[in-house]
Design a protein around this ligand. Structure first.
Ligand code: AMP
Length: 281
């Protein structure tokens, strides 16, 4: 496995492979890897000739400087894990390499960036779009793999690909969970042991909401979720939204045959956790 730090070297590597007719799969990450990330890489390894994984803690997508400072960085462990699952290249640039000039690009994703994560993390999705567009220009993949754990991010990336006419197939990958249901996240290691014990309650609440959905109104489901989370000693509910799968517009009515997605964000101490689940009628 190769480790590449510069844009020029990464582009040269990818150009050569593409000219040789190889299919490039790409998994962008911020490192602190866990089994969820590795599932994306494994799928990319199955479906492509060459797999590139980027590790870059993107400063411009953090609206909270403390979160950026505390974001776990575990490069040695990450590279061993990536080697084990058959990754070919880690693209591991510095912040200066990625952003030699201040970023001025401002995307407009309309409502997609105004709801949920967009509402509570101003500037977050612009930072995501800027870095993903840059990474696509550098790595030049035919396919890129993103987790449904960050469902709104996936919608933004699909919109970015359409908006910029990018020739990249976006491959969504299912949420990987711990045995107790907690969605895997690089931030989970920052939970205190006590908070970690309670954290699966988020998943259990989504399951409860999914079970209620066919026989309840959206308002009843929302009320129940808020009640459960607010009664949890270590949790503060930031939002729970029931949204359209494509537009992510809030849904207020159950319509037969239409799936929706329940998305949640919860604070536990200074750790912010998100999760989601699809509800069907
Ligand atoms: P991150 O390093 O958190 O930016 O995540 C990199 C990629 O891994 C994103 O596409 C995430 O959606 C995905 N990912 C993170 N956690 C999970 C998970 N538990 N299950 C599936 N994909 C995930």
């Amino acid at each position: 496995m190769k480790i590449i730090n510069t844009i020029l070297e990464m582009q040269a590597f990818s150009s050569l492979r593409r000219k040789a007719g190889k299919k490039l799969g790409f998994v962008p990450t911020m490192g602190a890897l866990h089994k969820g990330h590795l599932e994306l890489v494994k799928q990319a390894v199955k479906e492509n000739d060459v797999v590139v994984c980027s590790i870059f803690v993107n400063p411009i997508q953090f609206n909270n400087p403390d979160d950026l400072k505390k974001y776990p960085r575990t490069f040695e462990k990450d590279s061993a894990m990536l080697n084990d699952v058959g990754c070919d290249v880690i693209f591991y640039p510095s912040v200066e390499e990625m952003y030699p000039e201040p970023v001025t690009r401002v995307y407009d994703f309309g409502n997609l960036e105004k709801v949920m994560e967009g509402k509570f993390r101003p500037g977050h999705f612009n930072g995501v779009a800027v870095v993903v567009k840059k990474l696509f220009d550098i790595v030049m993949p035919q396919r890129a793999y993103f987790g449904e754990k960050d469902f709104q991010q996936l919608a933004i990336i699909k919109a970015l690909v359409k908006m910029e006419n990018l020739d990249v197939e976006i491959v969504p990958c299912p949420i990987v969970r711990e045995d107790d249901g907690l969605a895997m996240s690089s931030r989970n290691v920052r939970l205190s042991p006590e908070h970690r014990k309670h954290a699966p309650r988020i998943y259990e609440t989504l399951v409860k909401a999914r079970n209620m959905f066919p026989v309840s109104t959206v308002a009843e489901v929302q009320k129940e979720v808020a009640k459960i989370i607010e009664n949890e000693p270590f949790m503060q509910l930031e939002y729970f939204e029931v949204s359209d799968l494509e537009t992510l517009e809030p849904v207020s009515e159950n319509k037969p045959g239409k799936s929706v997605i329940g998305c949640i964000a919860v604070h536990m101490g200074d750790v912010r956790l998100i999760d989601n689940m699809i509800f069907n009628l």
